[in-house]
Design a binder for this molecule. Structure first.
Ligand code: AHR
Length: 498
């Protein structure tokens, strides 16, 4: 089969937003403890942060990091995590049936962000807490000094305010599993009032209301409508969360997961814009897709045995294969394609917990398959996202019916002339030859083509070998205005021109 992709620098969606390449660090399993923080590790710095993890964060090209949860935040007392470490209380973490030692808190996290050169995205607890505690945390973080909380931050070693711009107003408050779960009307009121009060401290904050924790939630749609009806004028973004995995051996449907993400985004945009019309509002709400990934929700343990409350147990340590990486690459294509309304996104999560980076406590670090499409998309998606014209054969899948075999997006950097096209082939058996029509780009030359593919879609990288499955250089042939690239079945590719 053949597919055709036509690119033109005149047809743009929006600028590539660096915040598309965010991730997530939750106090969950080994994400914080023995993940980013591992004082006994040979590469640990004076704060106990692993240098090898920070190096990988840089290579991944991560922009923002959401913290500290996740379900964890809905029972979290942020004050437990400040001041002398030896005086901090250990607490039950009900979300993950664990013990939280509070060795790492907001000051440590902010030091880590500075070292890793990432922007923090801070979540407040609207499960067991409310407006006052959110204001206290904001004062602690962002007020220069001269008040109780800001002076305490200074006393704890941070003379300058942190200036955190992005704040999540709770987490997945639509989920019955959430501590302090609320109806849409209850949550919408709390979100609106928390946002209104936080803006009294700093009108320039960027505030994210909780949307749905999946488009399969029974409240999806109605939740967004009700929450935004209450909070529209007080918030800037609404969140979306989505996790995908292969069910019942249906690889073809799983490979098409980005179709679900596309529809999810379109539906949230439509709902937000409907509220806008009713409100006669002039502003538009953006989407913060602040949890997305492949997550085999019924595979790796997600809570420890009921009679134990361990510290940093191995939870949600999914081990990804080639097909998972192709899906992650395709989900990034979907996010980029929607850059006009998706203003921020977070791959959930960063280390050990459904993560691209894995660490052994005190030991080795390795890259999952999903690491590669993320790192390369973050590196090469620069400038404007192009609205590509795609003609592709399709096949039938059980979940999506008529399913396009190829998906693609492209970016163009007008300053350097660099063009990058990101492509997937969702066929489980057939190669597709893609012809990229570049007539609008004059003499652009192929710089490089990299493809991630293999004989076994279920092959995984391991701590011993995390490179064999990494994308490899392939040949893209130029014929006049057309560049031809062969996309093997179950593959992700990037083609670079300049
Ligand atoms: O990322 C893992 C969990 O998934 C988060 O804590 C929660 O927000 C979501 O349900």
């Amino acid at each position: 089969p053949h597919a055709r992709v036509t690119l033109d620098p005149a047809f743009t969606v929006a600028p590539v937003r660096r915040r598309t390449f965010g991730t997530f660090v939750e106090h969950l399993g080994r994400c914080v403890y023995t993940g980013i923080h591992d004082p006994g590790h040979p590469t640990a710095d004076e704060d106990g942060f692993r240098g090898d993890v920070i190096e990988h964060v840089r290579e991944l090209g991560i922009s923002t990091v959401r913290y500290p949860g996740g379900n964890f935040v809905s029972g979290y007392r942020w004050e437990d995590g400040i001041g002398p470490v030896e005086e901090r209380p250990a607490r039950l973490d009900l979300a993950w049936h664990s013990t939280e030692p509070n060795t790492v808190g907001v000051d440590e996290f902010m030091r880590w962000c500075a070292k890793a050169d990432v922007e923090p995205m801070m979540a407040v607890n609207l499960g067991t807490r409310g407006v006052q505690e959110a204001l206290d945390l904001l004062e602690y973080c962002n007020v220069e000094g001269g008040t109780a909380w800001s002076d305490l931050r200074r006393k704890n070693g941070a003379a300058d305010p942190y200036g955190i711009r992005m704040w999540c107003l709770g987490n997945e408050m639509d989920g019955p599993w959430q501590i302090g779960h609320k109806t849409a009307a209850e949550y919408g009121r709390v979100a609106a009032e928390t946002a209104r009060a936080m803006r009294m401290v700093d009108p320039g904050l960027e505030l994210v209301a909780c949307g749905s924790s999946s488009s399969a939630m029974p409240t999806f749609g109605e939740w967004e409508r009700t929450v935004l009806t209450e909070a529209y004028e007080h918030v800037d973004l609404i969140s979306a969360h989505a996790y995908y995995f292969e069910k019942d051996g249906d690889l073809a449907s799983f490979l098409a997961s980005a179709l679900n993400m596309d529809a999810f985004i379109d539906d949230v945009v439509a709902t937000a814009d409907a509220v806008r019309a009713v409100n006669r509002s002039t502003k538009r709400i953006g989407i913060s897709f602040d949890e997305w990934n492949v997550w085999y929700q019924d595979a790796a343990p997600s809570v420890p045995p009921k009679d134990s409350w361990p510290v940093a147990p191995p939870l949600l340590e999914d081990h990804y294969n080639l097909a998972d990486a192709v899906v992650v690459g395709n989900l990034l294509i979907s996010l980029l394609r929607h850059s006009d309304r998706v203003l921020s996104a977070s791959l959930a999560q960063l280390v050990n917990v459904i993560a691209p980076i894995m660490t052994e406590p005190g030991g080795r670090i390795w890259k999952q398959t999903t690491y590669h499409p993320f790192a390369l998309t973050s590196r090469y998606a620069v400038g404007e996202v192009l609205r590509v014209e795609l003609a592709t054969p399709s096949h039938q899948t059980a979940t999506y019916g008529d399913t396009p075999l190829v998906d693609a997006v492209a970016t163009h950097d007008a300053e350097t002339g660099a063009v990058a096209a990101f492509l997937v082939n969702r066929s489980t058996s057939e190669s597709v030859t893609v012809e990229l029509d570049l007539r609008a780009f004059g003499g652009a030359e192929v710089v490089e083509a990299l493809t991630m593919a293999g004989d076994d879609p279920y092959a995984r990288s391991t701590v011993e070998d995390d490179t064999s499955l990494a994308p490899r250089p392939v040949t893209a042939t130029r014929d006049g205005d057309v560049v031809r690239l062969e996309l093997p079945p179950v593959s992700w590719s990037v083609l670079r021109l300049a």
